[in-house]
Design a protein around this ligand. Sequence first.
Ligand SMILES: Cc1cc2nc3c(=O)[nH]c(=O)nc-3n(C[C@H](O)[C@H](O)[C@H](O)COP(=O)(O)OP(=O)(O)OC[C@H]3O[C@@H](n4cnc5c(N)ncnc54)[C@H](O)[C@@H]3O)c2cc1C
Length: 344
Amino acid sequence: MAESTFPAISSFDAVVIGAGPVGLACALEAQRRGLRVCVVDKGALVNSLVGYPTNMEFFSTPELLEIGGYPFPTAHYKPLREDALDYYRRVAVGENLTLRLYERVLALEGGPGAYEVVTEKGRLGCRYVIVATGFFDVPNRLNVPGEELPHVSYYYKEPYAHVGQDVVVVGAKNSAAKAALQLVRAGARVTLLVRGAAISESVKYWIRPDLINRIAEGRIRALFNTTIQRIDAEAVQVLTPDGPLTVPAHFVYALTGYHPDYRLLTALGIDTRPDAAHTPWHNEETFETNRPGVYVAGTVCGGLNTSRWFIENGRYHAAVIAAHLAGAVAPALPAIQQAVVLSA
Ligand SMILES: Cc1cc2nc3c(=O)[nH]c(=O)nc-3n(C[C@H](O)[C@H](O)[C@H](O)COP(=O)(O)OP(=O)(O)OC[C@H]3O[C@@H](n4cnc5c(N)ncnc54)[C@H](O)[C@@H]3O)c2cc1C
């Protein structure tokens, strides 16, 4: 790969937006192809994982989360969040990646061969851009009055602040199920609000029966076919099949999923397909978007279908994109089952 020649404030061959697992995989694969690469993230290294619950157990076994051929040794069958944080840091250090952390990307200017990534701190010149911005920054909002109150959160961390408190958990998938179980075991009084008629079938097979049994024995109160009308300072007003109800709530966790930052994608000039998932426009084989030389990688590729691509399968985008940048034949994506991971 030839050296980049165009002038810019900070000049690279490729800028990767997002220092998540897939962004890091993209950076190291491109760097191994001889490109000068910079990874820029609005937050910390693997910022999404930093935001996951304390001691969260991944659904994937460690070898399925590995990038760049670095072994991921853990003492557990399923790695914890903390294991993964340590692992990806070691990979980033081991590959000597150029990182610009706590620097939000705002826009993309220029054109093919001479882009400028505009950040809140400056401009990064480059020929190629890889957008690996995931989905964890924009929660699916409840859109009810009171959701902006300080005791309402879309991110659950740990249960210990809620001993002896009334906690409402909204949602019926993995994150909501795990949070409700943890909270009740830590001494909170938990009410689970579920829009549908049952706990989602997609909840992992080792979590679902645990939750259903705790509901059956009355330790967790679950209200199905229930919609939220309003959130007050110490209660949630809901509509159940039996009529309106006031549910006490010192804290509310709305664990109803997340979606990609479409405002950012628009600011980067990436079109959205008119499909149900609002997929960012990209070539399915190369991951190049409608802007030549600009690629998407990882979870963001699935649009609203955030379980289409996750670490296990999204990490393979890196080798494909790096090969395309270098004009080489891209490796085939392994056939990994879709929706192995349902995060919300
Ligand atoms: C609770 C939970 C458990 C999960 N368990 C598993 C599992 O077991 N196995 C698995 O394979 N997957 C799992 N997933 C999914 C997996 O974590 C994500 O699919 C994965 O993080 C996607 O990686 P990514 O690099 O595409 O995006 P992310 O890891 O989300 O990284 C995106 C990065 O982009 C940055 N960014 C966003 N906007 C900007 C901007 N404007 N400027 C600069 N930077 C920006 C963010 O700060 C972030 O660091 C889980 C998800 C959750 C929520």
